[in-house]
Design a protein around this ligand. Sequence first.
Ligand SMILES: [Zn+2]
Length: 358
Amino acid sequence: MDLRRSFWIWFQNLDGAWREFIDFAAQWQIDSVVIWFPFSYMEGKAEDWKWPPRKGTFGNFGKEITQYAHSQGVQLICGFPLNGYDVGAFILKEHPELQATIPSELANTPKGKDSVGKIFCPSNEASQKMVQELLNILVEETGVDGFNFESGAVDYVTCHCSRCEERFQSRGETEHENKPILWEIEQINSFVHFLRNKRDGLQFSMDAIYGQVADPELLAREIDEHCTIFWGDWGNFPDRTTAKKLMSIRQNTGFLLRLQLLREPGQQALTDIIENCRELISLSPREMVGRAWIPRGWNAVKDALFAQATRDSRRSDAEFQAIIEELYARYPFRKGEEEVPPGNYNKIEGEWGFVNIV
Ligand SMILES: [Zn+2]
């Protein structure tokens, strides 16, 4: 099976330059762009969504960005939160009674504070039907090629009502390292199953950082086989010993390179990209994913090199050196520019006052 190669980005990071980003992906023969939930930031903010969602809920933008990607020969994968964020805010606006139960010891942590008011209880059938309906409209109206879901490393605290605690065995949840893995497995598998019955050929993936997943091997075994797990690490590159082990458990595996963290421009960072691509690709993953940014200056150099190194990692050091020189000339930058990457990294805005702390 051919190696699939993708760029991954938050829509806000693009600061409106989504055409430039897609053009760049096309230029470097990247198969797909994973853009995290782009639709609510253009037309129709979550605050304005209405229930039941009708055609047009997401405005014309969903169709426009997808069609543009297709016109450039690039697939568009929509990052989609199965809880929290805009989806959670929307559902709670319509149904405040679906709010999650958050234990007081987790409510005051930084992530707990972000969570409170946006997380709904997934053990209530109504919330799951609403998520399905939103996914349904996205598939029908926009023609997206697939979805990228969040992982056990999600940025929120999960529901602790008695049903959820029992179902997801979540009593020991901590803010970072001890997320209820069953929550992830059940939520992702249920929506992959739902969507596979909706349209053939949709792509599914999820992100997972080793260190944030309580039991990576369990996740590798239990996530639906149609969903590619993109494994990343706290640092820039996945640890190769763990990568090898996880590949041996599950074929449908990908690796996520957090290229955006390589802020110091220079040869070492670029050589590291090449070395890591060579070694990870030698494990025969299904997909290689580069966490990208607006493709200018230093970010363009790194992201284009990732595209080249994943396209053919067997080229010699001398060939890669020539590629690097060409990229430096093609995407010039001044030292210091890369320290604060361009693009807007703000949180999703909105006032949501639902609180249910126990
Ligand atoms: Zn619950």
